[in-house]
Design a protein around this ligand. Structure first.
Ligand SMILES: [Zn+2]
Length: 423
């Protein structure tokens, strides 16, 4: 049995702040006693520690199976450390999740974890974009949805096929939007001042927005639900806004680095610590992303947690692998760059991490009531701290935020009747 006293509970569903005087859980995490009182939220800035529903990440690269970047245990520790109880796992593993045997193997690895990992299936065999896989078979083996993340489905016929399947079978297609032909033979860096300075041939915004345009249009035509991953450009936002207005069944995410960093943060071409796909963009793009988070064009913040070994990052920018670890730090980055800077209020920020992703994957957040099982994430909004390697629970430490100061921190998580904390 667990008892907590005097917690400030943020309920993003009805924009309400509650003081939980006492909450008691049984061993399975079911509430058996609750005494709470609603309090005005006007002076929410005066408080600094809160609890809310645990977070959901719609974009995790578990690297399982992979090349020792993560283990099921390290992925779970990283998720718990970041306040997450649910992850949606990408299919571009090594080998990829494109057949029932691999899918089975992966689900077996995750079975005994406390966190809930929903595994996506690839769309084409080997993520090559040539041969579609058997969607029905993968669903029957437990594929949660479909994504070719890491690559764009350039074959429009295959994309139409998977969308038609998704529409009939109520599945979501998660899309990595990058026109392969416009990005071909380029280094994954924004085509701009910094790429020129380093003598690298970068990628233009149009590579993303063209792909966003096609996929929004196909979603609109078929009625299938697509979730646009890691949106990074202001042009994409205008397209998403338009298609939402005319009723397309689309949602969109961005990742923490697109509202906090720009290409100007890349100081050297000697290593790839700031290399990510899509690349860090311009100040205008960053402002566009923040505005889209505010007005709801971008529904959610996902981590794009992409662990890489030091041997894959500490080499020339040109040759390094793209991606950052994200689970440990995403909410702190949100608190620092969106809440503390007053772009989003605390309800709206929290909503991007729990209520919105829950809606996108049709997960019902439980009411805080006796008899319900609830997972809670504990956080502080005012603690200032410096990111050190020891703070990252992922097996890999590849984040450009190492050495940076953040304001606000996840302090613990209560999941399935167990508390993990004192981070
Ligand atoms: Zn991607």
């Amino acid at each position: 049995m667990y008892v907590f006293n005097n917690l400030m509970f943020i309920n993003p569903i009805n924009n309400t702040l509650y003081k939980i005087k006492t909450i008691t859980f049984d061993d399975k995490g079911i509430i058996n006693n609750l005494d709470l009182e609603r309090i005005p939220s006007e002076n929410i800035e005066n408080y600094n520690t809160f609890v809310t529903y645990s977070f959901i990440d719609l974009h995790t690269h578990t690297r399982i199976p992979g090349d020792n970047q993560e283990t099921p245990k390290s992925i779970q520790e990283s998720a718990l450390h970041g306040g997450y109880d649910t992850l949606v796992a990408m299919a571009n593993t090594h080998p990829p999740v494109d057949n029932p045997q691999i899918l089975n193997f992966v689900l077996e690895q995750f079975k005994s974890l406390d966190i809930d990992i929903k595994q996506l299936s690839a769309i084409s065999s080997g993520l090559k974009g040539e041969q579609k896989i058997n969607f029905d078979k993968m669903s029957s083996y437990g594929a949660f949805g479909f994504s070719e993340d890491g690559k764009w489905v350039y074959n429009t016929q295959i994309m139409l096929d998977v969308l038609n399947y998704a529409k009939i079978n109520n599945k979501t297609i998660f899309t990595h939007n990058e026109d392969v032909f416009l990005a071909q033979n380029k280094t994954i860096i924004n085509d701009g001042e910094i790429s020129k300075k380093f003598g690298l041939d970068g990628i233009k915004n149009i590579a993303e927005s063209t792909a966003v345009l096609r996929d929004c249009y196909l979603s609109y035509l078929t009625g299938a639900k697509i979730h646009l991953q890691h949106i990074s450009t202001k042009e994409s936002i205008e397209i998403i806004k338009y298609f939402k207005k005319i009723g397309a069944n689309i949602t969109a995410e961005t990742a923490p680095h697109y509202f906090s960093l720009t290409e100007f943060d890349i100081k050297t071409a000697d290593n790839g610590y700031y290399k990510v796909n899509p690349p860090l963009r311009t100040q205008d793009d960053k402002i566009g992303i923040i505005k889209a988070l505010k007005d709801g064009t971008i529904d959610t913040i996902a981590t794009d947690h992409a662990p890489h070994l030091d041997s894959e990052k500490n080499i020339s920018f040109k040759n390094a692998k793209p991606g950052f670890v994200g689970l440990d730090l995403a909410f702190s980055i949100g608190l620092t760059y969106l809440y503390d800077k007053k772009y989003l209020n605390l309800f709206d920020l929290v909503r991007k991490f729990n209520e919105k992703p829950a809606q996108i994957i049709n997960k019902q957040l439980p009411k805080l009531e006796v008899g319900n099982k609830v997972n809670l994430t504990f956080f502080n909004t005012k603690e200032e701290w410096e990111v050190k390697k020891e703070e990252i629970k992922s097996n890999c430490k590849n984040t450009p935020f190492l050495g940076k100061k953040l304001k606000g921190k996840v302090k613990g998580i209560f999941i399935n009747g167990k508390y993990f904390g004192n981070f």
